[in-house]
Design a protein around this ligand. Sequence first.
Ligand SMILES: *Cc1c(COP(=O)(O)O)cnc(C)c1O
Length: 438
Amino acid sequence: MAASESLPRRNAEWLARSLAAVWHPCTQMKQHETLPLVPIARGDGAWLVDFDGNRYLDAVGSWWVNLFGHANPRINAALRAQLDTLDHVMLAGFTHAPVVELSERLAALAPPGLGHAFYGSDGASATEIALKMSYHYWRNRGFPDKRGYVSLAGSYHGETLGALAVTDIALFRDTYAPLLNRNAVVPCPDARTGTTVDAAAAALDAHLARHHATTAALIVEPLVQGASGMTMYDAAYLARARAIATRHGVHVIADEIMTGFGRTGTLFAWEQAAAPAPDFLCLSKGITGGTLPLSCVLATDDVYAAFYADDVARGFLHSHSYTGNPLACRAALAVLDIFRDDDVIAGNRARARRWAELLAPLAARPNVRDFRQCGMIFAWEVDTQRPDFARWCFAEALAAGLLLRPIGRTVYLMPPYILTDDEMALLATRTQAIVDRA
Ligand SMILES: *Cc1c(COP(=O)(O)O)cnc(C)c1O
């Protein structure tokens, strides 16, 4: 506990108690002998404040969930009112206003045809729901052999066994590989590796030409692959993939758990594809503005109809205890109100342009490679000899009052949309100072 002894008392106490009692996610706990763990006392807009009063600019939206700042008064007011009205009721056999309103509004905002909302509590459960629904659809339609999935190289769809089986990140996946169904991986378009849209589409087409009879669905992260390092690709690929999948009788699952709710410049990334809707749209993360866990899978009429029958087992019997939780749905409605009332998408277009200008000097640093932007996401690779750059950068950023969490040598910014230009300028300057020392 050498690290904690040197810290002032209030942070130090929470740090020690947390390391003793809490098993932190996505973490080798032993690294916390040297890596700082930051006890956060409260959130304030784009800032997180620790127990000693240090402030950290939340440049990654607390793992990509926070859109409108911490302790947002509008979302909180909606939550307080809901809390005094209805905290929770099971959604089997019951319904309630927030879940109905949210389902109607999501259907109206999503690509056309996705009118049936099924809820879960986190992103991985949305992936599971979509995978199960797709297989079950084909089974109900008389194609029980269609039970394989295709994902893109570098895909990430969550950590549960089904989601991990369509995830292509060795560090997360390989340990559990013996437990996972084998699925296919096809190339993802990526300018950095020279994989063109044409090449990636041709590979998908070739794969499905051979395997369509045993394939239920293609699952993609539209426009941006997050967890494997912010790979950004052209929307033309989505249109091609949609057409190829349709031609081969294979579903498309659009995992917009990270890209949804304005991150890529449109409310949903799929809108940029100029293509018919996916069969399933998975949403989570920003859906509640980072206040409560909630996920949702929107499905088409055709999918819904395949389950609608006298036979109980033809129905989708999946559930979670907190499916459609009224508080979480109310938070999501408050988020949609903010998008509408503040015309957030239009505002973000201007903001993204100004932020790109503020980041231009950083993008021009000699050790910065492949600086790229998609809407409200900025990412680049850092040329560095440091063996453990990600941890080093995380610690340096904390010392500079920033929350940055690089993926390998990829540094990215995914700040709340409420960041002011001054805050973005500060973020750019401080980040550049760290990059220069890398
Ligand atoms: C985060 C994420 C998930 C998993 O969501 P959890 O809430 O962490 O389970 C799935 N897909 C994508 C694209 C994600 O970014």
